[in-house]
Ligand binder design. Structure first.
Ligand code: P6P
Length: 337
């Protein structure tokens, strides 16, 4: 492999420092803190079956979901890594009802970035040894520097993200991120704890043959979604497609970026706004997918144009290969008119 393939994450960040507007080295500190947390969580995820860290922690998160022990652990690790390095002024997490104000030693905080995280997405898969992930989204604060962050710093539309990414703890551990100049994937060499640039300039094929949706809810889908599924399953052109649904957003999206495909979590009669959270699941994934050449919609509008109203709001999510998402939108909008 050529020199580029062996580039470490640290070398890549320094080499692309200019991607992060107005950064005085904050990109490297911010992504490095995420890298450190990722390695720590990865270590625990890889041993989950051996130590008493698998299973429910006994808590319930903001969405009424049982908090798995690794959920809580990952949340603590990422918050600590981001707080200790004096990099951000605020953090919001799926595992915490409210956002966290990060104050400097002098109680003020001159840092200008806020981070929103899903610390361990797909955690229900932990007990059955299926891959899980972490998702992060980074914005520049909009309230005055030095003052405690406010909710307005977090509920920003996705097109204002300055960086976003995910870590997938799978057969190998990868960190994939964008700062708005394409998408790059780094694979962890666990023997030496270094991430290497294994997937430079990731691009999602415009067409794919994989659709990812939980068809167990079929009877609760809209007519438009049902018609699109019927289209995917028809025996003509290059169909039927293949159904692949891991139940872990990071893993399904990662595979679909590499191979082409569409991920759908639609609204249903039971979940009128779908299940996925706009701010720390859909927006970061939308940023990555658009940067890789794909599309991300709520069924009617671009995900990253949606103006959020609350921290944990849910949104229907159709994301992946451009032509597949456009076809799905055709069926959704056809059935409405
Ligand atoms: P369901 C995990 O809880 C998650 O947020 C995503 O990672 C995953 O794609 C989806 O929910 C699975 O939800 O309702 O199909 O089990």
């Amino acid at each position: 492999m050529d020199k580029l393939q062996y580039q470490t994450l640290g070398e890549f960040i320094i080499g692309n420092q200019d991607d992060f507007l107005y950064s005085s080295g904050e990109l490297s500190r911010l992504i490095n803190s995420i890298r450190l947390a990722a390695k720590t969580v990865n270590h625990k995820v890889n041993k989950a079956g051996l130590v008493d860290i698998v299973g429910a922690a006994g808590g319930i998160n903001n969405h009424g979901e049982d908090q798995q022990k690794l959920d809580v652990y990952a949340d603590q690790i990422f918050i600590k890594a981001l707080t200790n390095r004096q990099i951000v002024c605020g953090i919001a997490s799926e595992e915490n009802d409210d956002f966290i104000v990060v104050q400097g030693s002098d109680k003020s905080n001159q840092n200008k970035y806020v981070v929103l995280i899903d610390p361990l997405d797909g955690s229900s898969n932990i007990d059955v040894n299926v891959s899980v992930g972490t998702i992060f989204s980074i914005y520049t604060r909009v309230t005055p520097t030095g003052s405690p962050v406010q909710i307005e710093d977090f509920i920003q539309p996705g097109h204002r993200q300055v960086a976003a990414g995910y870590i997938v703890y799978g057969t190998s551990t990868m960190l994939v991120y964008t700062t708005g100049n394409g998408v790059n994937g780094f694979t962890l060499n666990p023997a030496i704890g270094t991430f290497y640039l294994s997937h430079p300039n990731m691009e999602i094929p415009a067409d794919g043959h994989i659709y990812s949706i939980n068809e167990g809810y079929y009877n609760h889908f809209s007519e438009g979604v049902k018609e699109y599924l019927k289209y995917c399953q028809e025996d003509e052109d290059d169909r039927p497609y293949t159904a692949r649904y891991i139940g872990s957003l990071v893993s399904d999206i990662h595979r679909n970026i590499l191979k082409g495909g569409i991920y759908i979590y639609p609204q249903t009669s039971k979940s009128p706004n779908g299940k996925l959270r706009l701010l720390y699941e859909c927006n970061p994934m939308a940023f990555l997918i658009e940067q890789a050449g794909g599309l991300a919609s709520d069924g009617h509008k671009r995900i990253m144009d949606i103006v959020p109203t609350e921290l944990h709001q849910r949104i229907p999510f159709f994301a992946g290969s451009k032509n597949m998402v456009e076809k799905a939108m055709y069926f959704l909008n056809k059935s409405v008119h």
